[in-house]
Design a binder for this molecule. Sequence first.
Ligand SMILES: [Zn+2]
Length: 374
Amino acid sequence: MPHCLQRCRKCSLVLSNEQRFKNFFSRFDVRIHVASLKQFEERIMTTYKELGLVNSKELFQKAVKGGYAIPAFNFNNLEQLQAIIGACVETKSPVILQVSSGARKYANSTLLKHLAKGAVDYAKELGCAIPIVLHLDHGDTFELCKSCIESGFSSVMIDGSHHPYDKNVELTKQVVEYAHKYDVTVEGELGVLAGIEDEVSSAVTHYTKPEEVEDFVKKTGVDSLAISIGTSHGANKFKPEQCTRSADGVLLPPPLRFDILEEVEKRIPGFPIVLHGASSVPAELVKIINANGGKLKDAVGIPEDQLRKAAKSAVCKVNIDSDGRLAMTAAIRKTLVDNPAEFDPRKYLGPARDQLKALYMHKVVNVLGSNNRA
Ligand SMILES: [Zn+2]
């Protein structure tokens, strides 16, 4: 036997070239025999279980049965995370911490991983170990989803909705096959939402075609499905010409297409459904922003009574991001206008955090009904 062959010190197996290569570059104990690529990947990855997170499987099953929805709140900084965890601990709600690829770039993926782990410990410290999911919002490539899974995400969305149907199926299936090896749950999407949020944008709505959902779920193996029934990304969800106006001039958006939701539920009974773009764009927050130097024109969202109705159906995850942005911006603008000499970031980020926490407690208790479900 030529002496250059490297053997595993544990089991004496001669390592393949690939295993030797991986061992060489691995930051870990090179004496340990890497039996397969999967084992190697597991050695370099942070699993979500190590961070104390959970995937969404059980949470969704309970939510569908219980007629409520889990909040999916986006975060990319410390104050948002404090507000989310504070609100969900106080209301005893499970929560999905949602990170977009833009947020990953903004905050740094290593920091985000440690923030998520910190969130788990923080919830315990506050007195309630609520279930916490770390979820990638709008993953657009297999590589991005893989990278998130390797850095501790317990759930990912692969959004292939802008691709033709067959390509969407193929991409989603690829992500599901990888994710399920690590017990990570996957959200797919059928239909396209209008609006702009981070790197996701579309000028028009393409409603989900109910006749596609059964085939999509079967072929891809996804754990949940985002559908398009008239919600929309951003703070200007509808153009004024799409809306009617109330007597006092407030824009009233077109109602959600509950007929599509019902048709979807008939075809895949009990399957977890996700609503994106489900902020309500509260008029009082827009008013505070505009009264303090802001210029938000014709901002309009989804009325909360419609979201409440949706949360009672198979919709078990509701994404809320824009409302949180509005709440923080309103508090920051008002604080700075009221206190022009203030320059300590804690003095305006603190009130922004309090405003966000109050808004999210309201969403959990009055809109989604996920309180006391942790
Ligand atoms: Zn979205």
